[in-house]
Ligand binder design. Structure first.
Ligand code: PMT
Length: 219
């Protein structure tokens, strides 16, 4: 392996969950640990590239010598990415961005009463979709986390979000998806060629994603 094959490339990676507050003590989030995205950023760096990591809250240490930007909500992640997007070559969206947030943030803790209450959720901006609208020369790589109809949904996301590659993981499979150190992925390109990979460490998944990007674009 050419150790410096990402020399000169700037890769923006999103990682982790987003956290959408309801009131000062409650929030909505998901099971993302950030591991997948952090491994991608580290792999870029180890191959001579410049990685920028935008991450939601995780228990991971900031990777050494990688510019790491911390955000909480999907809107904050969106803003951070939009500020950086004009100066990158590749975007890889490994974050599990909340699709919805509570319509209202209650400044004071919501009091318990005997009644049921309703929480209204509104759409968050879709970071990948926005990047895809004005893609320019950026290579756009998304993830698809699904529990059913994995390939159908992944193909739909490629088209809808104008992606170049999508990394599909069936998060209902043992050893795949959230939290653990391993993942099981299929990588699908714009022309709908599918590559299936066996269970492997998230470190190795990170490297095969970088290999695929290089191969597909003759970098
Ligand atoms: O963090 P780990 O514990 O290591 O787990 C890894 C992972 C399961 C989180 C990762 O492998 C993964 O699948 N990340 C994407 C999770 C996800 O939100 O998938 P999705 O199918 O809902 O979203 C599709 C794509 O659109 C993703 O690239 C996502 O980052 C992006 N998106 C989604 C919503 C939104 N508002 N903005 C986005 O950019």
């Amino acid at each position: 392996l050419d150790k410096n094959d990402y020399d000169g490339k700037t890769v923006l990676v999103t990682a982790g969950p987003t956290v959408e507050p309801i009131d000062p003590v409650r929030y909505i989030t998901n099971h993302s640990s950030g591991k997948m995205g952090f491994e991608i950023a580290k792999a870029v760096k180890s191959r001579g590239g410049r990685a920028i990591l935008v991450t939601g809250p995780t228990n991971l240490e900031d990777p050494i010598d990688i510019e790491t930007i911390h955000v909480n909500t999907a809107c904050e992640m969106y803003d951070a990415v939009m500020k950086l997007k004009d100066n990158i070559d590749i975007f890889i969206g490994a974050a599990a961005v909340a699709d919805y947030r509570p319509e209202r943030y209650e400044v004071n803790k919501i009091k318990k009463s005997d009644d049921n209450i309703e929480l209204k959720l509104i759409r968050n901006p879709d970071i990948l979709y926005e990047l895809g609208k004005n893609k320019g020369n950026i290579i756009l790589v998304g993830f698809a986390a699904e529990t059913e109809n994995l390939m159908e949904s992944a193909k739909e996301k490629i088209n809808k979000k104008n992606l170049d590659l999508i990394v599909a993981n069936d998060v209902s499979m043992e050893g795949a998806g959230f939290s653990g150190d391993t993942n099981i992925v299929n990588i699908i390109d714009k022309d709908l060629n599918i590559k299936e990979y066996p269970l492997m460490s998230k470190t190795n998944v990170a490297h095969i994603i970088l290999d695929e990007i290089k191969r597909y674009f003759n970098l």
